[in-house]
Design a protein around this ligand. Structure first.
Ligand code: 6R9
Length: 567
């Protein structure tokens, strides 16, 4: 029987403790993410179920059952112990999306060490900054990336061992301090996971700072309770689902919802280890009969560029639920999703620091295109005044998004940077650094990151609103709106626009777009200048780096760019 959606009832019934109960981890008992995600299912007789379907760039498939992963991650844990890794040591993953990345992640946690996942595409300097800060003892990498590790190694004396997963004996010899490890021939079925506790450190995720160095958000094993419950209720995973999270584990989405949440539920997941193309993505979805899909607006906009018809050429009939995260999901994206898949994208808002989804569109809830949804039922969220920290309770008032601690997956500190950690709290709220308003129905509407909101002629204009409107113009594939310094108005809007194939960025088009925005939004929001670009600067997780464009315009310091896509 289908019950009508009742948000208030869900709030009354939902608490994080529910996860503890369902996972049979009463307060005070050991909590180990590796054990709960993998070994637990094997011990309960579900070892034969497929945990991971890995598809490489050539389309080759490799499948791993929960038992396989129990034994292979046991192998990793035992090997790392032999290498001298002990509880709380940092072990850095610098790997492409092969099975080793997912399985060593589990092994490190079973050992009680702290896993530090990094994008394998990071350059030497980005790698250096993050390893220098974490003082990692071990880096696990592969031939293709070992050169970058070697280049920075002298500068990080803490780094004792580099493990190479695909070393070919007889080929380029390994150097001192480097060891080869062949995962598939190293099964250990009886490794006993460390009895880590609620507050034992687990994952150290670096997030790019707006200024200064990247910050390492430190998470703990009990974060799992938040990831589990949000996976269950928002991603709506069920036992027979085939789930695809498109995020790389270098980004928090790829660990919280690309490893921990789904495996805590014993779900089969697909990993596609190949570059993006719309065709390839649809083919992957059809091939594996993906039922639940978690992706990001940057990917959705790329799919949109190739048209809804392409999606409909593939048999995507298995797909029943889709979610999005990482950037504001433009209303146009939701509408396009309906056309292409006959389903709503469910937007979710959260951060590396929050560890799990905070503001969500739950299944069954009416989706308002362009809104991030409502607080997850166990979360208390609001918008607050940036100075006084008072909650702004009048509907449609823009303020800073704030969440009431505690919740299981809130970061416990920034590694080596406690003052910055404390600076994120104001009057008992955790402050996200983003602005939004809340409508009469309690839905949150994203405005922009604090640093990105445009102040023109005394009015605050959110870049998201302008970019969403721009996307409705037939020629626009993607855009970034920033405030450009202006003597008269403090700032004026400047838009960087990437065009759809077949359009030419000339004066006529510039005028047409300006007028379109003026009519659609207001003369205030109308870009005074439009610059046509081939593509926009983005982070590895696909976020548009508006502050970089802004710094270029104003000649300011660019700040930390080590997370940039094309570094
Ligand atoms: C999970 C993740 C966090 C920042 C966050 C905000 C932006 C994420 C969003 C969103 C609007 C959404 N963001 N989800 N903005 N709507 N649904 O992305 O973590 O990489 O730490 O980024 O991303 O600006 O503050 P992280």
């Amino acid at each position: 029987m289908n019950h009508p959606f009742d948000y208030d009832a869900l709030r009354r019934e939902t608490s994080w403790d529910l996860a503890r109960q369902e996972l049979d981890c009463p307060a005070g008992s050991p909590v180990n993410i590796g054990r709960i995600c993998i070994d637990r299912h094997v011990d309960a007789g579900r070892g034969d179920k497929t945990a991971l379907i890995h598809e490489d760039h050539a389309g080759q498939l490799r499948e791993f059952s929960f038992r396989d992963i129990k034994e292979l991650s046991g192998g990793w844990a035992a090997f790392l112990r032999e290498q001298g890794v002990v509880e709380l040591d940092r072990v850095c993953l610098f790997l492409e999306r092969g099975p080793e990345l997912y399985i060593s992640f589990i092994g490190i946690l079973k050992l009680g060490a702290v896993v530090q996942p990094l994008f394998s595409a990071f350059g030497e300097e980005a790698l250096f900054q993050r390893i220098d800060d974490s003082q990692a003892k071990v880096v696990i990498t592969q031939r293709k990336h070992v050169g970058k590790v070697r280049k920075m190694r002298e500068r990080v004396p803490s780094l004792e061992t580099v493990i190479v997963i695909d070393h070919l004996p007889g080929k380029r010899p390994l150097r001192e301090g480097e060891v080869a490890y062949e995962m598939m021939s190293s099964r250990v079925g009886d490794f006993v996971p460390q009895e880590t506790a609620d507050e034992s450190p687990s994952v150290l995720h670096y997030t790019s700072g707006t200024t200064g160095k990247p910050k390492g958000a430190l998470h703990v094993h009990s974060s799992l309770f938040a990831q589990y419950l949000t996976t269950k209720m928002v991603l709506d995973l069920k036992d027979d689902d085939i789930y695809w999270c498109t995020a790389d584990p270098g980004w928090v989405t790829g660990t919280s919802y690309g490893i921990i949440g789904p495996w805590a539920m014993g779900i089969t997941q697909v990993v596609l280890d190949a570059g993006f193309s719309s065709k390839r993505w649809y083919a992957t979805m059809a091939r594996h009969k993906i039922t639940v899909w978690y992706t990001a607006p940057t990917a959705i906009r790329m799919l949109m560029k190739d048209g809804a018809a392409l999606a409909r050429e593939h048999d995507l009939s298995a797909l029943r639920h889709m979610c999005s995260v990482g950037e504001p999901l433009n209303a146009e994206g939701v509408l396009w999703g309906r056309e292409a898949f006959g389903l709503d994208f469910h937007d979710t808002f959260w951060q590396t620091e929050t560890g799990a989804m905070m503001i969500t569109n739950l299944p069954g809830m009416t989706v308002k295109p362009g809104s991030m949804g409502r607080p997850f039922p166990a979360v208390r969220a609001g918008v607050i005044d940036p100075v006084s920290g008072e909650e702004l309770t009048d509907p449609n008032t823009v303020g800073m998004i704030a969440i009431r601690p505690p919740w299981p997956s809130i970061m416990r500190t920034y590694w080596n940077n406690t003052p910055t950690f404390y600076s994120k709290f104001l009057r008992g709220w955790y402050v996200c650094g983003d602005q939004a308003s809340i409508d009469e129905d309690g839905y949150f509407w994203f405005c922009g990151r604090d640093d990105d909101v445009i102040n023109t002629g005394g009015h605050l204009v959110g870049p998201f609103e302008i970019e969403s409107a721009l996307l409705e113009h037939e020629a626009v594939a993607e855009s970034a709106a920033i405030g450009k310094p202006d003597e008269l108005n403090m700032e004026v809007v400047k838009a960087f626009v990437a065009l759809k194939p077949g359009f030419v960025g000339d004066d006529d088009l510039e005028l047409s777009i300006m007028n379109f925005i003026r009519k659609k939004l207001s003369p205030l929001a109308m870009p005074q200048e439009i610059e046509f670009v081939d593509k926009l600067p983005k982070t590895r997780s696909g976020k548009i780096m508006r502050r970089l464009l802004k710094a270029q315009e104003s000649g300011e310091e660019i700040g930390d760019t080590s997370g940039l896509e094309d570094d």
